[in-house]
Design a protein. Structure first.
Length: 546
């Protein structure tokens, strides 16, 4: 069985912020978990280097699209690595392999009769002498009245056409564009209406998608899936490989979502694998992204796969709601964000991963506050988890010269541990990461109670055998915690693996062999609570008022 996991592709036009991480982190949790189970996993993503936002940034900074894309792609790779993301391939949409594969997919859709040409009216800026890409047109959403881009309203999640906007303005010069005729290729999405309805109904029945994905997709389908232009008059991107349209580019709706497939093709070629072994009717696929990306993964990408006769349709959609910051909506334009390069230089990666998982916006918006983050680290990671590990291993070091006692493990704890693998694994597979992590930390709090009730500091003086069993059981708990938490907290797991000399990290009960503990060190350091006010004040002082 193949497990294909696709993380959404961030635009390479600015640094990642915590909103990106909270949306994408479930992909790494899934990949690590399934690898521990011994499944065949392919986890792919990359930087979107063709998108209009990069052109806007390049224009603002008077530089080239390539320079902007190169800078942020490198920064993304470094950030994801430091956060422990375990992509099998993290690539980019301006890579040659992506361009070639997308053009082939495009030609296949044409050959199968799913593309047709149509003359249409499009926004044109007479000041800048160019047809405007969707994101270069801004105005008022006709559905909800909020400010919106020409492709989508972030407020009501409606997919838009730039001509739908009220009070249209060119993003480059702020002048009102005129409407001119041009010719584009369209994808016949409407042909797949019934097939999409059946597909979504099955996903709903089997509860494989998040509720927000089901609700939004059902709304889109009820409104009727319109045919959409899949070419654009753009200066950069993937050239349309068809006579009469070679001066145009393939639109992001086709080429960016196709990245999951093109990255898989590239990875398979690099590793001598057959693509059909990964993309077939039995493939279990997870698509990881934020709420604003739902229609691209639940309607557009499935329709394209149907058009290609590719049977590997999205089985699971993990679409988070939004992350707010100190009770306010994130705003990159106002610099109201916590930027990832800053965060990972100052704080433990596992601490970031823990907080963004246990406080994830899985079903409703969630908030990041510096107070909650720092108290969570000190209270849960350090106070509960780190403290249990440290005091157990330090006690063994002091009382038994660092040699783990070889004694029978408390049977009730063994049974509880075995059941925990099953329940946590099921929750992970269903996309309930927050509840899965909460179950493990409930187990940790129970482990601390066990330690306190057994009182090994007295047992080693009054009943050495009982003390040895207590400490053997606590070490058993630690070894299994390392495995249960590896998908969530890989860096602290590696520390435990080293200290206990564990040979493997698997998704099954770990029996600790008698061993001499190595280099016992704390899993986490305490964060000074004075940093709460410091970080909040820094956030406020850096905010830009527009």
């Amino acid at each position: 069985m193949a497990i294909v996991i696709g993380g959404a592709w961030p635009y390479a036009n600015g640094s990642l912020h915590l909103g990106h991480v909270v949306a994408l982190l479930p992909g790494d949790i899934l990949a690590r978990y399934y690898r521990q189970k011994g499944e065949h996993v392919l986890y792919v993503s990359g930087s979107d280097c063709n998108g209009t936002p990069i052109s806007i940034r390049a224009s603002q900074e008077n530089t080239t699209v390539a320079a902007i894309a190169d800078h942020y792609h490198r920064e993304f790779e470094e950030s994801f690595t430091k956060l422990g993301f375990s992509y099998d391939l993290y690539t980019r949409t301006d890579a040659r392999h992506h361009h070639q594969a997308v053009q082939q997919l495009f030609l296949q859709l044409l050959e199968k009769g799913h593309l047709y040409s149509k003359k249409v009216e499009q926004a044109y800026c007479e000041t800048d002498k160019q047809f405007l890409p969707d994101r270069f047109v801004e105005g008022i959403c006709p559905n909800c009245g909020a400010k919106a881009r020409g492709d989508q309203c972030d407020n009501c999640s409606a997919i838009l056409d730039p001509l739908d906007l009220l009070e249209k303005r060119c993003k480059i010069c702020s002048n009102e564009p005129v409407i001119k005729e041009t010719e584009h290729l369209y994808f016949a999405f409407s042909k797949f209406q019934k097939e999409l309805e059946q597909f979504v109904a099955q996903a709903k029945q089997e509860k494989r998608w998040r509720d927000n994905a089901i609700a939004l997709t059902t709304r889109y389908l009820a409104e009727g899936v319109p045919d959409r232009a899949v070419t654009r008059d753009l200066p950069n991107g993937i050239a349309v490989p068809i006579d009469g349209f070679r001066d145009k580019k393939i639109y992001v709706w086709i080429e960016a979502v196709a990245g999951y497939l093109t990255a898989s093709i590239e990875w398979a070629q690099q590793h001598g694998e057959e693509l059909k072994d990964w993309w077939n009717e039995e493939t279990i696929s997870y698509y990881i992204h934020g709420k604003d990306n739902i229609p691209f993964h639940s309607v557009i990408w499935p329709a394209i796969l149907m058009g290609l006769n590719n049977p590997s349709l999205p089985t699971h959609i993990i679409s988070n709601e939004y992350l707010t910051l100190e009770k306010r909506k994130l705003s990159t334009s106002q610099n109201w964000a916590v930027w990832v390069p800053y965060m990972i230089e100052k704080y433990d990666a596992d601490s970031i991963r823990y907080f963004l998982t246990v406080n994830a916006p899985e079903n409703r918006d969630a908030d990041f506050s510096w107070r909650e983050f720092i108290y969570s680290h000190n209270g849960e990671l350090l106070g509960a988890y780190g403290n249990f590990v440290n005091r157990t291993l330090k006690f063994i070091e002091k009382s038994f010269e660092g040699i783990v006692p070889n004694r029978k493990i408390d049977e009730a704890i063994r049974q509880q541990t075995v059941r925990l693998y099953e329940s946590v694994g099921t929750l992970i597979e269903k996309g309930h990461f927050k509840e899965a992590l909460e179950q493990v930390f409930y187990y940790i709090r129970g482990a601390n109670r066990y330690f306190d009730e057994q009182q090994p500091w007295l047992q080693v003086k009054e009943n050495v055998e009982a003390g040895k069993q207590t400490l053997a059981t606590c070490t058993y708990i630690i070894a299994n915690l390392a495995q249960l938490l590896q998908p969530f907290l890989p860096f602290s797991t590696e520390k435990i693996r080293t200290m206990l000399q564990l040979e493997t990290i698997e998704w099954q009960e770990q029996i600790v062999q008698p061993t001499h503990l190595q280099a016992i060190t704390p899993l986490f350091d305490r964060i000074d609570i004075a940093q709460i006010e410091e970080e909040y004040n820094t956030l406020i002082s850096n905010k830009v008022d527009l």
